[in-house]
Design a protein around this ligand. Structure first.
Ligand SMILES: [Zn+2]
Length: 854
């Protein structure tokens, strides 16, 4: 049975309603008899009523299951099947529950629970997928050890924990660490492995494997190195050692998320683990390294210590994103990582926090938890940890986190538990800081200054706009890292962290011979919107002199934004001072190429739209697009003489390596090539395309050629070369749309949905096409409304197969209130069309309703 469409409004779950489960689960034994359309799952579970729980209800979650039989202590029982599960009379003493159910992995296109991908069985249980495998208390605060037996003809059969026995047609696994059901995993198929091993800090040998489809073995080496580096780093920095005899990673083509941290058996979207120089770009390599680290780090922050309920999702995600960012900063360049993270935060989290989907880092209600795997929970959740560390200092942070591991190992915890270890380790009162977890919205931080008789005063005012359900906000604790520069550019006051706690608060600096230039919010010390009346001259000064790399970039970014805004609003020419500053920086070989590439990359067009909206203008996407084109063209012309030399100087030759230095150089080189293409009509790009021996350079060249409308031959050649590689074809699909003109983007995307290689069943391919359309700001928001229509049609079609991916993609409409009345009307029509679709999933219903209610 499939879920019926909700006739009435879907049920809402509230944090305040939390009640513990009335039974302990002492052990779980599962047997899987695999068959594509009729897999049998036998469960044998030891339950015991919790002491003090009087006659607790015995409710087990279960969805889309066919119950074959059930028994309590060996005697058959007939449970009452209810919406979403079953209830049953059980004894008020420990007992054994047994059930046999049948499920249909092949018919499971939602990719939750047990499903099939290219003939291989695999699972995805976070957040609530295990209830589609068998009847079980499917909630994260119920933890148990698992024994799993898999029966089937597949040559490789994997589950969590350590392998215990196997024979012809069967394999058994035992996971000694108690875990919630969302961390359960099973994989069975025709797979090959890339093996290795790691010796832990206490000398224990761990077997490591990356399992892939035959033919992909050559794309595992980089992922394996990333895994070993992650294991070592977590020992060195957090003192955390791996705790099983074996660690398996499996690559799966059809996957809703990036990857999943199942205990001892991580399952990865193949796009997040398979890497080779010929098929992966530098950005792919960096992302793979970060995601492998992220999932591995969950072994302690998520698995050994998990969440009490899904409202606490940020407890594991915010902390683990913070840890993987620390790892990347250590492996690569810390400033480049910080700048990249802030660009991402502003592109994805700020719009969410300022729109109809705004919610606190710890939400207090939801209808469908899958809709809360958001940038707010993950990225803002990580920013909150970063602020905490900045406030208490590195030493106390280490003390508190160690206390967290000591005190809560093996438990399902809350944000209160997390903050309490910081209070106990430091003696601080964090009750005000906790507002970061309970209040949605991005605070605006206004700053004004005064200089009198050698004393410099900075005055800050904070305010947070209303968000759904939260009209008024109390002041938060904001760590503001500030440094001061003298008129000659020397730093006269090193970075100091000001701790703002009031709505309005001043801080003074004494003994200054002249009025300094402040460098405020260094390293982006808090996720806020800084508002300061300043001049372009001062921004250029900071771009040249600030000792804080983040704020140097930020100054350049602000210059770029102001230049664009003036072009859009006033029809101004590209700002000459800014062009000048850019040229200087570009030619400055003493600067890190990755940093130069970041300064050269303009604010996104969506970012400019948001700025215009905040200043009271309805943004015109076409004008924003035109300004970007004009700016790039002008820059290219002014740099005409030096572009060929810059291109040559930044070309990386020799064997491909995805190290940070080479990646930074190729990034800069690609940006220079795109400027050069504006002048030479694509001659250099065509040469690069011919000569490229790696995907980064091949892809960069093709992107330049398509943008210049000179790439038809290369695009066909690229297609012919790579049509057998799903991940490379995702790039090809996305690039067709990204390089299209605004007026044709939607029709290019529409044609691609008719392509033989387009399928709704593969989330990566769907995201490649619809994600690229939504990401083409001027194309998606073209006045014809064709982009809105196409996305809506495809969301309606996908919802029948895969509600989770559909619901996430609805966020493309979240910024709709920014735009003019005509566009708003067009979007409203599409949102209402989606909302009115018969049988729409709970996931998508919730998202569309929230967006429409804005
Ligand atoms: Zn995670």
């Amino acid at each position: 049975m499939k879920d019926a469409a909700p006739e009435t409004a879907p049920e809402t779950f509230y944090l305040k309603d939390y009640t513990p489960f009335g039974f302990e689960v002492q052990s779980v034994e599962l047997t899987f008899r695999l068959a594509p359309k009729a897999t049998r799952v036998l469960s044998r579970i030891h339950f015991a009523p919790k002491p003090g729980a009087a006659n607790p209800e015995f409710f087990l979650h279960g969805e889309q299951l066919t119950l074959i039989s059930a028994a309590v202590d060996g005697a058959p029982v007939t449970p009452t099947l209810t919406e979403g599960g079953l209830t049953c009379d059980v004894p008020d003493r420990p007992f054994v529950w047994e059930a046999e159910v049948e499920i249909d992995p092949q018919g499971n296109t939602a990719l939750e629970g047990l499903y099939m991908s290219n003939g291989m069985y695999c699972t995805q249980c976070e957040a609530e997928g295990f209830r589609k495998i068998t009847y079980y208390p499917d909630r994260p605060d119920v933890m148990s050890t698992f024994r799993v037996r898999i029966e089937g003809d597949e040559p490789v059969k994997l589950s969590n924990g350590n392998p215990t026995a196997s024979g012809a047609g069967w394999a058994e696994w035992h996971d000694p660490w108690p875990k919630p059901a969302y961390l359960f995993a099973l994989v069975a198929g025709d797979l090959v492995n890339h093996p290795d091993s790691f010796t832990t800090m206490s000398g224990k040998e761990v077997e490591l494997n990356i399992w892939v489809r035959p033919g992909d073995e050559g794309k595992c080496a980089f992922g394996m190195e990333a895994l070993k580096k992650s294991m070592k780093w977590d020992e060195d920095v957090y003192g955390r050692e791996y705790d099983l005899d074996i660690f398996n990673i499996v690559a799966v083509d059809d996957f809703n998320m990036g990857a999943m941290e199942n205990k001892g058996l991580n399952i990865f979207n193949s796009s997040c683990v398979l890497a080779s120089p010929e098929t992966s770009t530098d950005a792919n390599f960096e992302r793979i390294e970060a995601i492998i680290a992220h999932e591995y780090f969950h072994n302690w922050t998520g698995n050994r210590i998990t969440c009490r309920d899904w409202f606490q999702l940020c407890l594991k995600e915010g902390l683990t994103v913070f840890r993987d960012a620390q790892f990347t900063a250590d492996m690569r360049s810390a400033p480049v990582k910080r700048i990249s993270d802030v660009i991402d935060l502003r592109a994805r989290q700020f719009p969410e926090d300022g729109g109809p989907l705004a919610h606190p880092v710890r939400p207090e209600q939801f209808q469908e938890i899958n809709n809360f795997y958001t940038a707010t929970i993950y990225e803002k959740g990580a920013e909150v940890i970063g602020m905490l560390k900045r406030l208490v200092g590195d030493e106390d942070y280490a003390k508190a986190v160690t206390l967290y591991f000591d005190r809560h190992d093996g438990q399902a915890c809350t944000i209160e538990d997390w903050l309490k270890v910081f209070e106990d380790a430091t003696g601080r009162d964090l009750s005000q800081f906790k507002r970061w977890y309970s209040q949605a919205g991005t605070p605006h931080l206004k700053v004004s200054e005064d200089y009198t008789d050698g004393t410099y005063t900075l005055t800050f005012e904070q305010s947070t706009p209303p968000t759904p359900g939260q009209p008024d906000k109390d002041p938060r604790v904001i760590p503001i890292a500030v440094g001061l520069l003298g008129p000659n550019g020397d730093e006269v006051c090193a970075t100091r962290v000001l701790e703002m706690t009031e709505a309005k608060q001043s801080f003074t600096f004494d003994g200054l011979a002249a009025k300094p230039v402040p460098s405020v919010l260094r390293e982006f010390s808090a996720p806020v919107i800084l508002e300061r009346d300043t001049s372009n001259a001062e921004r250029a000064f900071l771009l040249a002199h600030d000792t804080d790399p983040f704020n140097r970039w930020e100054a350049g970014n602000a210059l770029a934004r102001e230049a664009r805004v003036a072009m859009v609003l006033e029809g101004a020419a590209p700002d000459a001072d800014y062009l000048d500053a850019l040229q200087k920086l570009l030619r400055d070989d003493s600067q890190d190429p990755a940093f130069r590439a970041l300064v050269l990359s303009p604010p996104s067009q969506s970012d400019i739209a948001q700025t215009l909206f905040e200043r009271g203008h309805a943004p015109d996407p076409q004008k924003i697009f035109d300004a970007a084109e004009t700016f790039a063209q002008t820059l290219a012309q002014q740099l005409a003489d030096s572009l060929p030399r810059l291109y040559a100087d930044t070309t990386v030759s020799g064997a491909y390596s995805p190290d940070a230095i080479s990646c930074g150089k190729r990034d800069l080189n690609g940006r220079i090539l795109s400027l050069l293409t504006r002048l030479d009509g694509g001659q250099q790009a065509a040469r690069q395309y011919e000569d490229a021996d790696n995907m980064t350079q091949q892809y960069a060249a093709l992107a330049c050629l398509l943008k210049a409308e000179k790439g038809d031959a290369q695009s066909q050649a690229f297609f012919d070369q790579w049509k057998g590689d799903r991940l490379v074809m995702d790039k090809w699909f996305a690039l067709q749309i990204a390089s299209a003109a605004p007026e044709t983007a939607a029709s290019v995307a529409r044609d691609l949905t008719q392509h033989d290689l387009f399928t709704l069943k593969n989330p990566n391919r769907f995201r490649a096409v619809m994600g690229a359309l939504a990401g083409h700001h001027a194309g998606f928001h073209h006045a014809s409304g064709a982009g809105y229509r196409l996305l809506a049609e495809n969301l309606i079609a996908l919802d029948k197969l895969n509600p989770q991916t559909t619901a996430r993609m609805c966020a493309a409409f979240q910024t709709w209130k920014r735009y003019d009345a005509d566009r708003q009307a067009l979007i409203r029509t599409e949102l209402e069309r989606i909302a009115g679709t018969e049988g729409l999933s709970r996931d998508t219903t919730e998202m569309v309703t929230r967006i429409l209610d804005a």
